[in-house]
Design a protein around this ligand. Structure first.
Ligand code: AMP
Ligand code: MG
Length: 355
């Protein structure tokens, strides 16, 4: 593995990126994309969670190109995408727990971490002896994996540290000139990255919350542990179970503060904010702040619409010249736990308690 933990992003356009529009997606063009992957190239593709930056997961040098294109620290492992849960056993040591999860939720927005087999290079797993396996539901992703004929290693298709991309335009802004092809599959249906669980000696631990919720997992298993980093800030010397949890993530340029308290108190607090403070508010609240810059976060009681909006809203925040950003603090249950987990990272754990 690389000696330096941080791989600098390629900052100049070094290649011509083929942009495949939604109308151009067919068997022939997906076969071309598959060929690029087989030849060690990089293809960005849509999934139901966020866009993925893919390379052949069996080819160490192809995987290393992903780290270079994103500027991703080399100890932050990649998720391996497969066409069918039955393939998992080729790349990982699969037990009963995986079979249960696969039967209940695959294909779908969940990644399972298991001991890896030797065919998966350590360049893919950030030097770890475990591998994250995911079987996406998105039809384009599935056809691409089938066309490639190899598993696809893919992290989110953003420059490291930025919000994950939920549209092909986000990807273009970050990776044009750094990848061989971008496939436009429209807006991602869920909009937050996959749920990640780790299986170790029969114990199931939630490492990252997502569309498959803790409650759904607890219906399958008597016990599901929750990694500390899901909801809490780690101490400087603490090692997270999922290396990605330790890195600065999603943070907009201006400092973001989460407001914890009732909606009425939050609205009152936002109304009193300076005019150079950007307010992230729910759709229904948009009319309440005629003197402020606002960005909407989806509908108040619809956490699915909030999940779909969050990363686009954080990217839009960066296109304003605000000095500070205020946003509501999501609840810590159901799908909102995934929102909470991403928001506390974007806010660097800055929470304002409103009494
Ligand atoms: P991304 O695909 O960019 O959403 O990032 C993948 C996430 O999965 C990162 O947070 C990684 O730390 C985590 N991950 C992938 N493989 C492993 C593994 N073998 N062990 C622990 N975490 C993993
Ligand atoms: Mg990511």
């Amino acid at each position: 593995m690389h000696s330096s933990p941080l791989t600098p992003p390629r900052n100049s356009k070094v290649m011509k990126t083929k942009f495949l529009t939604q109308n151009e997606i067919n068997g022939t063009t997906l076969a071309q994309a598959g060929k690029i992957l087989q030849g060690g190239g990089l293809v960005v593709f849509p999934t139901e969670t966020v866009y993925g930056l893919g390379a052949n997961a069996l080819d160490a040098s192809a995987a290393e190109k992903i780290y270079a294109a994103k500027g991703r620290p080399s100890d932050n492992p990649l998720i391996v995408h497969i066409a069918s849960p039955a393939d998992a056993n080729k790349y990982a040591f699969v037990g009963e727990e995986f079979k249960k999860i696969a039967e209940a939720f695959m294909p779908g927005p969940i990644t399972v971490i298991m001991p890896k087999r030797d065919c998966i290079p350590s360049a893919v797993t950030g030097g770890l002896d475990s591998v994250g396996i995911r079987c996406p539901e998105n039809a384009i992703a599935r056809s691409l994996i089938a066309a490639a004929g190899v598993p696809i290693a893919a992290p989110s298709a953003n420059i490291s540290g930025k919000p994950s991309p939920t549209s092909a335009l986000h990807v273009k802004g970050d990776l044009d000139g750094k990848v061989d092809m971008i496939i436009d599959g429209g807006d991602c249906t869920f909009g937050l990255e996959s749920t990640i669980v780790k299986i170790e000696n029969g114990t199931v631990t939630l490492l990252r919350p997502g569309a498959i919720t803790l409650d759904m997992l607890r219906e399958l298993f008597d016990e599901v542990l929750v990694a500390e980093a899901v909801t809490n800030k780690l101490k400087d010397d603490e090692r997270p179970l999922s290396p990605g949890m330790k890195y600065r993530h999603y943070a907009p340029t201006a400092p973001l503060y989460l407001l914890s308290g009732t909606n009425a108190r939050r609205i009152e607090y936002c109304m009193a904010a300076d005019s150079d403070t950007l307010l992230l508010v729910y759709d229904e609240e948009a009319g309440l702040f005629p003197n402020h810059k606002i960005i909407t976060l989806g509908s108040l009681n619809d956490e699915v619409s909030q999940a779909k909006r969050l990363f686009a809203a954080l990217r839009e925040a960066d296109s304003t010249d605000c000095k500070k950003i205020l946003a509501p603090m999501p609840l810590q249950r159901g799908i909102a736990l995934a929102l909470y987990n991403r928001m506390i990272r974007a806010a660097a754990h800055n929470i304002i308690e409103l009494s």
